[in-house]
Design a protein around this ligand. Sequence first.
Ligand SMILES: CC(C)(COP(=O)(O)OP(=O)(O)OC[C@H]1O[C@@H](n2cnc3c(N)ncnc32)[C@H](O)[C@@H]1OP(=O)(O)O)[C@@H](O)C(=O)NCCC(=O)NCCS
Length: 154
Amino acid sequence: MRDLQIRKAEPAEAAIIGPLVQRAIRARNAADYEPAIIEMMCANFEPAKFLERMAERDVFAAVQDGTIIGTVSFSLPRAKLYSLFIEPSVQRGGIGRRLVHYIEQHAARLGCAELQLSAAITAKPFYDHLGYATIRFEERVNDGSTWLMSKRLG
Ligand SMILES: CC(C)(COP(=O)(O)OP(=O)(O)OC[C@H]1O[C@@H](n2cnc3c(N)ncnc32)[C@H](O)[C@@H]1OP(=O)(O)O)[C@@H](O)C(=O)NCCC(=O)NCCS
């Protein structure tokens, strides 16, 4: 894989990361969720809304050749991974796996024994593949149902 830098995202980058996430949702998650749900998911990543979220969570950017091509977020105290999205044109190139490993190491360094996440239906096979165990289905009428999953760290 070409050099990939993973670093904290700057607030001004909400204007780049929000649309990246919206492209990923429309390109991939639309296969598993109704159009109205897809629009609600995308609305959560309007840059102004995403900027508010950046105050609550640590948001990271994956950068290749100066371009942001993926993102993932993390927050305590629940030790939860959120909002993993890869630019559609570079999906299946190992970047998602790199970002998950990055957050696992970040959480372990902060003393977390376990990492949880709420996987989109679309992404569950990816997290299965990465060794995450399924805890339960989380039915959400307004925001897209997910699978609560977890992995022991260390
Ligand atoms: C799900 C997503 C984050 C995965 O990232 P990615 O960079 O495409 O995945 P990677 O290339 O790192 O894949 C790592 C491994 O998982 C496998 N994998 C990836 N997506 C998979 C899928 N949908 N089903 C089964 N396996 C999958 C890959 O084949 C690879 O396995 P290998 O290394 O043994 O060949 C990305 O496809 C994405 O952004 N999807 C749309 C948005 C989304 O659903 N995000 C998650 C919200 S919770």
